[in-house]
Design a protein. Structure first.
Length: 270
């Protein structure tokens, strides 16, 4: 029992115990699976990291989670590209804009009151959830709403705004990306989820551009969790491809409800 609860003194692990490491590995795998389907893995992985508090500071938990997330998301992208079509000509400009937005958001992370931001996000998520729930046919099939040039412009602009939000805070980024692609652009849920993963890779890299030079990444822990997150992400992406857009829509609504409950509880509890 002592060896399970004793802190690991390995470099880059933040003095977590073996039991805590196993718990974080399970959380990372589950987060990877959920995130690969529709986004929202941060609801699982980041709270688990904050509970364990490796390194003794919340910033270490956030930065190290980004390492796991970027590896898992990249693995999900690889799985999606093997099994479903991705429009790279529109996905890459969106990802590039989101990367720039995430870098900018990280630079302003301390300038906005968290309570005000949470209130805005909570209202937006309620609206997104209700709109999707009231339109059962939304995202079941492709329904392009723009010309080619206009679609790329809308995706890039939306990517920059959501990327900025991801660098600024982050909760619900995946859900907002999927909704933008389904509700505004007209993608089916499966294609939207695959494209959102590409954009998520870019936003995570944008955040790491700040965290790595600051020395806030626990690399030993981050790489172990990255392997776990990647395993879950590959499973989640394969499941999404096999089950189709209807399944992704149901998971999307579940994640949105979970986000609303989480942010609502945070607002009430203070």
């Amino acid at each position: 029992m002592r060896c399970v609860t004793a802190a690991l003194d390995w470099p880059g692990f933040g003095h977590v115990s073996l039991a805590a490491l196993l718990f974080l590995c399970l959380a990372a795998a589950l987060a990877g699976a959920v995130d690969a389907v529709v986004g929202g893995g941060g609801l699982i992985q980041l709270p688990a990291m904050l509970l364990i508090a490796p390194g003794g500071q919340p910033l270490y938990a956030l930065a190290t989670s980004k390492v796991a997330a970027v590896v898992g998301t990249a693995a999900a992208v690889r799985t999606y590209t093997r099994q479903t079509s991705i429009d790279w000509w529109s996905a890459l400009p969106m990802a590039s804009a989101a990367f720039g937005g995430a870098v900018g958001g990280a630079a302003f992370a301390g300038a906005l009151a968290p309570d005000a931001l949470n209130a805005v996000v909570l209202v937006a998520l309620v609206g997104v959830g209700l709109y999707t729930w009231r339109k059962p046919a939304l995202g079941v099939a492709e329904a392009s709403r723009f010309t080619r040039a206009a679609q790329i412009a809308v995706m890039a602009l939306g990517g920059a705004v959501i990327g900025f939000y991801d660098g600024l805070a982050g909760p619900g980024t995946g859900a907002f990306l999927v909704f933008l692609l389904v509700g505004v652009v007209g993608f089916a849920f499966l294609r939207a989820s695959a494209t959102a993963k590409i954009v998520n890779v870019a936003t995570n890299l944008g955040a790491l551009l700040y965290f790595v030079p600051a020395g806030k990444v626990l690399w030993g822990l981050g790489l172990v969790l990255a392997a776990c997150n990647m395993t879950g992400a590959v499973f989640g992406a394969r499941l999404a491809v096999r089950r189709g857009s209807g399944f992704v829509r149901r998971v999307f609504l579940t994640v949105v409800v979970a986000l609303v409950v989480s942010l609502g509880w945070k607002a009430v509890a203070g």
